[in-house]
Design a protein around this ligand. Structure first.
Ligand code: ADP
Ligand code: MG
Length: 225
């Protein structure tokens, strides 16, 4: 479903991703980890079509990201939810509006948008905070608004960049539980993190990036009985 072929990315002379080959199957849950500066964020941004590679290409459901732009790229992006490291919430809009906005661009009926937004905020445990403004929320609550906004459109793929960046271990577990539930509904999830807490002793496939290359790709280990 997500296929990377000999993918390289440069910022100026800096080779940030170097000849990456990677396949992520439909419905997989994958962690991308590695030290700061390894290229995790850049990799997610390339998959989202927010960056162009220096060479190589990405197929998302057989669509070559190098070959599309404008409305066609927008259409593909509607199928991808992106949770940004810094949330990118709109401070002058309520929690409800911050989430609903992701659906408003799709031309869906207002009644459906309201219903879907309420439902998604319930899922992330923020039903009581719909009318609050982002800055009045805790870090963990803001993170859940960002998650709600990314999943409200039922994306096929969810990309999360350091989704537990500043959260304590308990909130980290809570967010991980939320991702598990989203994954169980069939969503493909790619989480970039350097957090040991989040990785824990995970059963999910873990790709370790180092200096722009795949250092290790540990596929789902078989659980011992
Ligand atoms: N927009 C940019 N312009 C120039 N250099 C960048 C840009 N984004 C990332 N980089 C560089 O690319 C490398 C990888 O960054 P990044 O993908 O953010 O790594 P990670 O998320 O693993 O910490 C770093 O050396 C970083 O400084
Ligand atoms: Mg990063």
């Amino acid at each position: 479903m997500i296929q990377l072929f000999r993918l390289s990315k440069k910022f100026g002379p800096n080779l940030v991703l170097n000849d990456i080959e990677l396949r992520i199957r439909e419905g997989e849950f994958v962690f991308v980890t590695g030290p700061s500066g390894a290229g995790k964020t850049t990799l997610l941004r390339l998959i989202f079509g927010a960056e162009k590679p220096a060479s190589g290409y990405i197929l998302i459901n057989s669509i070559n990201l190098n070959r599309i732009s404008g409305p066609k790229l927008d259409l593909l992006r509607r199928k991808i939810g992106f949770i940004f490291q810094d949330f990118k919430l709109l401070p002058k809009k309520t929690v409800f509006e911050n989430v609903a906005i992701a659906l408003e661009v799709t031309g869906l009926r207002p009644k459906f948008i309201r219903k879907k937004t309420h439902q998604t905020l319930r899922l992330v445990g923020l039903a009581e905070k719909e009318m609050a403004y982002p800055l009045s929320l805790s870090g963990g609550e803001q993170q859940r608004v960002a998650i709600a906004r990314a999943i409200v459109k039922d994306p096929l793929i969810l990309l999360a960049d350091e989704p537990t960046g500043n959260l304590d271990p308990e909130l980290t577990r809570e967010i991980m539980g939320l991702f598990r539930r989203i994954h169980q509904k069939g969503t493909t999830i790619v989480v970039a993190t350097h957090s040991r807490e989040l990785l824990g002793d995970t059963d999910y496939r873990t790709i370790i990036l180092n200096r722009g290359q795949i250092y290790e790709d540990i596929d789902t280990p078989v659980r011992s009985p």
